[in-house]
Write a protein that binds this ligand. Structure first.
Ligand code: SF4
Length: 354
């Protein structure tokens, strides 16, 4: 992992309007800010419906953001405007004011053409069978991306690239002539990964890439993604609902609840010393390999269902299910702040939850 920030997301929101309804609609992603370093894996966990997939797709602008700022490799790819940004000189260095502090100015609105970024920013979908066109052969599926981005000079080179990609994901050359339904779920996901790799991306959103697969296949796919990260220098946003999967492959983990990021920290630290009550609930549900210890572990069971993102609770969105909720939690939104170095959480009463 390098020290360079590849992706920076600031105050990102994604609301889906609901026809016939006044107001913002479905508030799927609410005010999310995060950074991902080059070569890093950031795991993103939370219950189904918490907005993690929508966040991944909004970062790639497969969903157009409602507001916020997305910087990829130092360049804004979306900005709803009015953010404080550093003023740079023509060499890209920060301009200092008379007091020696860096000057800032307000950012302008922008939404760049994503075609050049589609090469750099890819996605592996959750359901491999639904994400592959059943009328196309595997060779056509992988070749489509090569054609769109004009990555081969002629047919022979195109065939060679497809062959290499199939080999890199553990498939054979003759698999190129078969259709998706002729493959198992694990093999279909390998095709999905080959398709994402066809354009030589730098950043991949892995959207629950193993949750639709048998347990025996899951570790093969995870190991393959890890090997590829090492050999190709890839950066991952790895989305999963199971924190026990994410913690093994992630450098850092972000925990989402009802559209908001509630905790973010280094993987080991977050697992050993979770700060937010919701993270503690997720971790308490992870089975322990020792049957004796498993029998005596304390599980935290939340009352009630996750509220609707159309009408989320006031204040802290978790207050309707949190055992430590107070009147303050119902009234004011907790700030997402750095509690310890590199360990962030949004909670008014961290000390109570400890
Ligand atoms: Fe619970 Fe309040 Fe913390 Fe929210 S802010 S997690 S309701 S204690």
């Amino acid at each position: 992992m390098e020290d360079k920030t590849l992706l920076q997301v600031t105050n990102l929101r994604k609301y889906f309007p609901v026809s016939g309804m006044k107001g913002p609609g479905v508030q799927a992603v609410e005010n999310v800010s995060l950074e991902i370093k080059k070569g890093e894996t950031l795991g993103l966990v939370g219950e189904s419906g918490c907005g993690k997939t929508t966040l991944g797709r909004t970062i790639l602008r497969l969903h157009e953001p409602t507001s916020g700022r997305i910087i990829y490799d130092g360049r804004p790819i979306f900005d709803s405007g009015n953010f404080d940004v550093p003023t740079l000189d023509h060499e890209g260095k920060a301009v200092l004011g008379a007091d020696g502090k860096p000057l800032t100015h307000k950012s302008k609105k922008c939404a760049v053409d994503m075609l050049p970024y589609r090469r750099k920013m890819q996605i592996i979908f959750q359901d491999p069978s639904a994400s592959l066109d059943p009328r196309m052969t595997v060779g056509e599926i992988i070749g489509e991306a090569i054609d769109i981005h004009k990555l081969s000079k002629n047919k022979a080179e195109r065939e060679e690239i497809i062959k290499d990609l199939l080999a890199s994901v553990g498939l054979n050359t003759e698999h190129a002539n078969r259709f998706p339904h002729e493959f198992s779920g694990g093999q279909q996901q390998r095709v999905g990964i080959a398709r994402a790799l066809a354009v030589k991306p730098e950043f991949i959103v892995c959207d629950e890439p193993i949750s639709a697969l048998d347990v025996s296949i899951q570790s093969q796919i995870v190991n393959m993604l890890e090997d590829m990260q090492e050999s190709m220098g890839l950066t991952y946003l790895f989305i999963a609902h199971d924190i026990s999967v994410v913690r093994h492959i992630s450098n850092r983990i972000g925990v989402m609840y009802l559209g908001s990021l509630v905790e973010l920290g280094e993987s080991y630290e977050l697992n050993k010393h979770p700060l937010h009550p919701y993270t503690k609930t997720l971790l308490s549900a992870v089975p322990v390999p020792d049957p004796e210890a498993n029998r005596h572990r304390q599980r935290i069971v939340l009352e009630g269902d996750i509220p609707s993102p159309i009408n989320p609770p006031t204040g802290c969105r978790f207050h309707t299910r949190c055992p430590f909720a107070t009147e303050e939690c119902k009234q004011s939104v907790p700030e997402f702040k750095e509690i310890e170095k590199g360990h962030w959480a949004a909670c008014h009463h961290i000390e109570k939850a400890e």
